[in-house]
Design a protein around this ligand. Structure first.
Ligand SMILES: Cc1ncc(COP(=O)(O)O)c(C=O)c1O
Length: 215
């Protein structure tokens, strides 16, 4: 068996990782434009332009920008009316926000295990976790690998559950040709500094449901 690098063997990787985040004069120009516009607020025209472009790219009709990908989950849960007494099924393998957002609206996160081969919410485990109090499920597209939306959608419809995609890692990702963020009732993205697409911090919600977007 090969000797691990930690024990003096050859390292698997010798080149440094690419620089992150990556940006060039295009981002710099857009930031300068905003700076000089004297219009830095959330209702500035560039925000609406971004919301629209991001949503459209992900196959969703509406985009709503927010401060981060935790508040987007909170807003999604509030928009669908989740609160105290409700249970929301989440995977245990994720960032804390998937579960803490549920607590932030006063509901109870219920963990259902992940699939061994995808690390995403296991539909069988999710089904076993459903009770009369379950209101929603939040599958995570972990590391940009889409959760099994076909089976989760069937489950959601059968039990009248809301499907909120935690797409914090899934910018540009797809499931059988359909973009993540447009597969459930609401999609939630993060632009935190480690994400595939970053603004340092930030988040956006996507949905095809006008009433949910308004809410
Ligand atoms: C799966 C997942 N959900 C939600 C979040 C929360 O996003 P934010 O850090 O923008 O609040 C993150 C990452 O930080 C995440 O990895």
């Amino acid at each position: 068996m090969a000797k691990l690098a930690i024990n003096g063997g050859p390292p698997v990787r010798t080149r440094p990782w690419p620089r992150w985040p990556q940006w060039d004069e295009r981002e710099e120009q857009r930031v300068r434009d905003v700076l000089h516009s004297d219009d830095w607020g959330g209702f500035a025209p560039v925000v609406a332009e971004f919301e629209h472009a991001f949503a459209q790219y992900h196959g969703a009709a509406f985009g709503i920008a927010a401060v981060n990908g935790t508040q987007t989950l909170v807003a999604a849960l509030m928009a669908v009316g989740t609160g105290p007494g409700d249970e929301v099924i989440v995977p245990p393998y994720t960032f804390i926000a998937t579960a803490s957002a549920v607590r932030l609206v006063g509901a109870t996160p219920v963990f259902a295990d992940i699939e061994a081969d995808t690390y995403n919410l296991d539909p069988d485990a999710a089904e076993a976790a459903i009770t009369s109090r379950t209101r929603a499920m939040i599958p995570v597209h972990f590391a940009g690998h889409a959760a099994d939306i076909d089976r989760l959608t069937v489950l959601a419809r059968r039990h009248g559950l809301v499907l909120i995609e935690d797409a914090a890692h899934a910018h540009g990702a797809s499931w059988r040709g359909r973009m993540c963020g447009s597969l459930g009732d609401v999609g939630s993205f993060s632009f935190q500094s480690s994400k595939n697409m970053t603004a340092g911090e930030g988040g956006v919600l996507t949905t095809n449901d006008r009433a949910l977007a308004d809410a």
